[in-house]
Ligand binder design. Structure first.
Ligand SMILES: NC(=O)c1ccc[n+]([C@@H]2O[C@H](COP(=O)([O-])OP(=O)(O)OC[C@H]3O[C@@H](n4cnc5c(N)ncnc54)[C@H](OP(=O)(O)O)[C@@H]3O)[C@@H](O)[C@H]2O)c1
Length: 215
């Protein structure tokens, strides 16, 4: 198997730490930008941990050297109530990717974020306005990222995954990409999906959901 290098944002998060572990288990290299390295409880010769915050203009040129794939599983609900921090970061990341000829980027958003030019189904709009209201800033930021990618980054091979996640339990199966169907998945399964899907050319320029495959 070819050893590829993944640049990971959100490696200490609930999806991100699974993705880092799975990528290393598959024999890949991982470079992770983290605010607090002590929060990443993984030590591995193929894991490079870089301290920094996406909100403080990290040295993306250094981070992108030798990178094959970029995966972002970022969230900061408190800050995202005030600012679209992820969309601001995407506006720094994409030009840096262009400078380095790195094209493939998977961004994990959520199933309560509508892809550009679409509206969520009524049931999801109701969920978003009620029990998920505390995360409105996060949903809006995820929508701003997708809008930026659609409108201004057609030259980049971006993929948005609108994940629906219910627990940090063990695997419930294999997630497949779907335009309309969504399963409440585990963080681990979303991480496995992200890792597989970022290398899948057929997923480029999609903002799809994911659903468990039933043979
Ligand atoms: N959680 C869910 O139920 C759920 C469901 C569906 C979709 N999603 C979406 O999936 C994505 C990831 O969610 P998650 O729940 O896996 O994430 P999470 O557990 O909330 O972790 C977020 C990650 O982002 C990092 N981060 C936040 N601010 C940062 C900054 N300024 N600089 C660098 N890193 C920063 C955090 O680092 P620290 O460790 O330093 O905080 C952490 O690693 C989000 O877009 C979310 O909307 C989540």
């Amino acid at each position: 198997m070819d050893q590829t290098t993944f640049l990971v944002f959100g490696a200490t998060g609930r999806t991100g730490h699974h993705l880092v572990r799975l990528a290393l288990e598959e024999g890949h290299r991982v470079r992770a930008l983290v605010r607090d390295p002590a929060r990443l409880a993984i030590v591995h010769p193929d894991l490079e941990v870089v301290s920094g915050s996406i909100a403080e203009s990290p040295d993306l040129d250094a981070l992108l050297i030798g990178t094959d794939f970029v995966v972002a599983m970022l969230g900061n609900a408190a800050m995202q109530r005030e600012r679209s921090i992820n969309a601001e970061f995407a506006r720094e990341l994409v030009p840096a990717m262009r400078r380095h000829g790195v094209s493939r980027f998977l961004y994990q958003a959520g199933g309560l974020s509508a892809p550009p030019g679409t509206r969520l189904p009524l049931a999801l709009r109701l969920v978003r306005a009620s029990i998920a209201r505390a995360n409105t800033g996060q949903h809006e930021d995820n929508e701003a990222v997708m809008r930026y990618l659609v409108d201004e980054a057609a030259d980049i091979e971006w993929i948005a995954h609108r994940a629906a996640i219910g627990s940090d339990g063990p695997s419930k199966g294999v997630l497949r990409r779907s335009e309309r169907r969504s399963s409440i998945a585990t963080f681990r399964d979303c991480a496995e999906y992200d890792l597989r899907t970022v290398t899948d050319a057929s997923a480029v320029h999609t903002c799809d959901l994911s659903t468990y495959h039933t043979p």
